[in-house]
Design a protein around this ligand. Structure first.
Ligand code: C2O
Length: 538
């Protein structure tokens, strides 16, 4: 294993040609990629260079943080925000995790303003099983023109009776390119050798919009979902909710020297209160409404097969002229199954079944609704999370005693909904979505096994749960008006957040925590600089 050291400064820049701002790392958006091998140590010296007096923090989405729960990142639960001018060293191992993920801001809504970047962790089997020749990360994101603070106020106070009023993204980008006025129609380009197989690591780093991703003239073969290997699954396209990731293999048998194809990411409206687009030209009508002249329904990148000498040439190669559709001569294209994230399975050869019951079942009900004074809030079991000024960084020292007298789901001081479980307990969460829209849920530091999904309310007598070969992943869709059941083995100690990853629902309270004590009863030692930074806010 190696130690990989990064020095990052968070700051904000204005976006040329707009009144928007981006929160960037070392001046770049999206921020730097972390690329590492399994079991490496990651050290990020994160300096808060914001000039607006706000704190900052970063979450390493999906990484397990064994013995380092205080570096997980959510301000108000596992650390205090890093004060302006201060630096925090995030110092953690990858704990055996491999695959595709991303880091993102976890203070206020800095994530929505652009504070994110890719993480790629290679395992010993990479390139081999299944085989591929090259590997590229594509960070797909919805983009808001307005600074998020200017959108949040109207969202919180919207009184429209006809549906929830989450702000509509203005456009979308792939690796910071692809649609916006400010990037002058430049597209991110993946250049590969003709006749080779390419692994594309797709990351939805956005705030609300699911993306339907496809590549003209190609079948996508899904091999990874959020770090979990997937039995290779051929699809025409896939839908990626915010914070989900997929690796797909793409290849073409025949090439006429240089050929270029559009990679397309289309924002899909699964009903987050967006107005439907009623243009007859757009089909299916699951697309965002144009609310500004700059809005873009689809963003693109380029997949180009090119020999290496063209590859290094400085001349601009022509844009693709392709249209969506099957590879030439592929009669089976139309017979491929419609993508369904709940139908994905681990490879048959991978044995990683969930721990058998009996499990402690914790029911969780999620809803988005207006308070009596008509503010929009998200609720979990009728509580709506508020950021504590001084978080569980203090409580962490208390975690060894977490199960003394308060096992189960309860509202703790400060209106914090916390599920306290014993170390080593098998826990099933049954999440009921009382909203008619889909919500992508994320549990920090775990990749729960996805046992089942169904319409309406969960009925233990009739629910079919897969306890044989379910997929495990850290971000999963809870479909509208449905239930899901997921299982963890509570063997990773910490206070971990479990929340809807739609930025507007996280900021308005759609979060609860799981408190898991250490095996040996000895709490993790909180680093002094975290405690010191908490005191700086007092
Ligand atoms: Cu990627 Cu708490 O989130």
């Amino acid at each position: 294993p190696q130690t990989r050291i990064y020095r990052w400064t968070v700051s904000s820049v204005s976006v040329p040609g707009t009144n928007g701002q981006r929160i960037v790392v070392n001046g770049r958006y999206p921020g730097p990629i972390i690329e590492a091998n399994v079991d490496d140590r990651i050290m990020v010296y994160l300096t808060n260079g914001l000039s607006d007096g706000n704190g900052t923090s970063i979450h390493w989405h999906g990484l397990p943080q064994p013995n380092t729960p205080f570096y997980d990142g959510p301000a108000g639960t596992s650390q205090c925000p890093i004060p302006p001018g201060a630096t925090l060293l995030y110092n953690f191992t990858l704990g055996g995790w491999t695959g595709t993920t991303f880091w993102h801001g976890h203070t206020d809504m800095q994530h929505t303003d652009g504070l994110y970047g890719a993480i790629v962790v290679h395992g010993p089997d990479d390139l081999v099983s299944p085989h591929y020749d090259s590997d590229h990360a594509l960070v797909v994101s919805d983009i808001y023109l307005e600074p998020v603070d200017e959108l949040l106020g109207p969202y919180l106070t919207e009184t429209s009776p006809d549906g929830s009023p989450e702000p509509v993204p203005d456009w979308a980008e792939i690796n910071g390119r692809g649609a916006g006025a400010h990037n002058e129609g430049k597209y991110f380009e993946v250049d590969v050798q003709p006749g080779t197989t390419t692994r594309l690591r797709l990351i939805n780093a956005g705030s609300i919009a699911p993306f339907r991703v496809s590549i003209d003239g190609h079948v996508l073969t899904i091999i990874e979902a959020d770090g979990a290997p997937v039995e290779p699954t051929r699809v025409r396209d896939l839908v990626m909710q915010v914070a989900q990731r997929y690796s797909v293999l793409v290849t073409r048998a025949e090439h006429d020297s240089t050929e270029a194809f559009w990679i397309r990411a289309v924002m899909v409206d699964k009903g987050f209160g967006y107005k439907k687009c009623d243009s007859p030209a757009i089909s299916p009508p699951l697309i965002f409404h144009h609310v500004s002249p700059n809005i873009t329904l689809e963003t693109r990148a380029i997949l180009r097969y090119t020999s290496s000498d063209e590859n290094t040439s400085t001349t601009r190669l022509p844009l693709p002229t392709t249209t969506p559709g099957p590879p030439p001569g592929d009669a089976d294209w139309y017979k491929l199954p419609v993508f369904d994230e709940w139908a994905l399975r681990p490879p048959a050869a991978v044995k990683y079944p969930p721990p058998a019951g009996p499990a402690l079942t914790l029911p969780v009900a999620f809803s988005v609704r207006q308070t009596q004074d008509r503010y929009w809030r998200s609720y979990i079991n009728d509580t709506s999370w508020n950021v504590l000024p001084l978080p569980e960084a203090a409580l962490l020292e208390d975690i060894a005693h977490v199960n003394e007298g308060r096992l189960g789901v309860a509202v703790w001081p400060g209106d914090q909904l916390i599920a306290a479980v014993a170390h080593g307990q098998t826990v099933d969460f049954v999440i009921t979505n009382e909203d008619t829209n889909d919500h992508p849920f994320h549990l920090h530091a775990y990749s729960p096994w996805l046992l089942g999904v169904g319409d309406g309310l969960y009925d233990p007598a009739t629910a079919k749960l897969n306890t044989v070969n379910p997929l495990w992943r850290d971000t999963f869709t809870v479909p509208g008006s449905s239930w899901i059941a997921v299982r963890i083995l509570a063997d990773n100690a910490g206070y971990w957040t479990f929340h809807c990853h739609i930025a507007w629902h996280l900021i308005t309270g759609g979060l609860f925590q799981i408190a898991i004590p250490p095996a040996d009863g000895v709490p993790p030692v909180i680093p002094e600089d975290i405690k010191e930074q908490c005191r700086m806010w007092l």
